[in-house]
Structures are given as C-alpha cells and as structure tokens.
Unconditional design. Structure first.
Length: 200
C-alpha cells in the first residue's frame, strides 16, 4: 500500500527525513515526534500535495514520478483527509459538507453523504453552527470517508479535545475507517492505542 525509500523533503533551513516505510493495506499507523519534526509534512507527501526526494509509492502510484494531474487525482479519489481544525463550510448542511470531496471530483452522491452522517450520529440537515465540537469532528470523519478512499490521513484529529471526546473520536475512526489509516498525534494517550508507529 505505502512504500518509501530515502524519502526526505527540504524546507528552507531544515530537511525532514522519513524512515523507510512499508505499510500494508488496512493497517493503522501513528506518526509522532517533536513539534516541527515533519509530521504534517509526511501527510502532505503521502497525499501527493508535496513531492520530496527519494521514492514514494502509494496504492500503486509512484508519487515521486507522477504528474501534477495524477497526484491531484490521487488526492481526490484515493485519499481522505481529516484536518486538525476540521474546517466546515458554515452555510452548508452537514451532508453537503460531507459531499464536498465528491463535488471536487466532479461527482455527486447525496444519499451516501446523508447515510454517512447518520452512521456517525449527526443530523444530515444540521448546520455546523448548530453542532458541538465533537459533532463537527464526526462530520469531518464522514467527509474523509465519502469517496471510499484507500488511505485516510488524520492530522492531529483529537487536538483540543478533552479526554472523553478524544476517546470518542478514536472509537469513531476504529469503527468506520476500513482503509489504511495514518494519524499524526502529539498525545501520549492517543499514541498508546497504536501498535504501529512512525517516529520523526
């Protein structure tokens, strides 16, 4: 599923070096390390947003050799992304927020978007302003899954949540993410739930 060798990315003044990866389909991995170690950079490399030096293959696509169009298609169809601050469009319903990745890919599936909302326990018609922080996070998880991605990337999805909501979010991911999961965390309690870890 994910294979890398000699992968690194240069930012002005620093270089992020990634350990060689061998991640099989369906596995769950946690990425940890000090602030500025390159955790979010690694997710952006896996998504194809950034192109580093070395070799990186994700779901059969050699991202280090792929064209811009191939990497964009990879992001739209193979990758689901859960952002740290789970940004939602305030004037759209929960279901319409979930459907956004499909619309970006030129598709529509309102029935699937509504069904995912219901699966994660959120009213599909609700606006983000009427949802709690935990409910907004659930919408973000549903949005990451709507395209049936092979790879889900989660950038500190429990940051800012209290312990109870953190455990609820992790439980949600365990129940609904059938794809390969790579999750960035700085929380020792979250890290403890993962057997497979990438240290940066």
């Amino acid at each position: 599923m994910i294979r890398s060798e000699g992968l690194r990315y240069r930012w002005p003044g620093c270089t992020v070096t990634v350990p060689d990866l061998a991640i099989d389909a369906g596995e769950s991995w946690a990425v940890h390390g000090a602030s500025g170690a390159g955790k979010s950079t690694l997710l952006r490399l896996l998504s194809g947003e950034l192109v580093g030096q070395g070799e990186l293959e994700v779901h059969g696509l050699a991202l280090h050799r792929a064209s811009d169009a191939e990497r964009r298609q990879h992001r739209l169809t193979r990758v689901g992304f859960i952002f740290q601050d789970h940004p939602l469009v305030p004037h759209l319903s929960a279901a319409d927020n979930v459907q956004l990745p499909l619309r970006l890919a030129g598709r529509r599936d309102p029935a699937r978007a509504a069904a995912l909302c219901e699966q994660v326990g959120v009213d599909p018609a609700a606006r983000p302003t009427a949802l709690s922080q935990g409910e907004r996070q659930r919408v973000a998880v549903a949005r990451a899954l709507v395209t049936r991605p092979a790879l889900v990337l989660a950038d500190e999805p429990t940051s800012g949540l209290d312990p109870e909501r953190t455990q609820a979010t992790l439980q949600l991911l365990e129940e609904h993410v059938d794809a390969t999961l790579v999750l960035v965390t700085h929380d020792p309690a979250v890290l403890a739930r993962f057997v497979r870890r990438i240290a940066l």
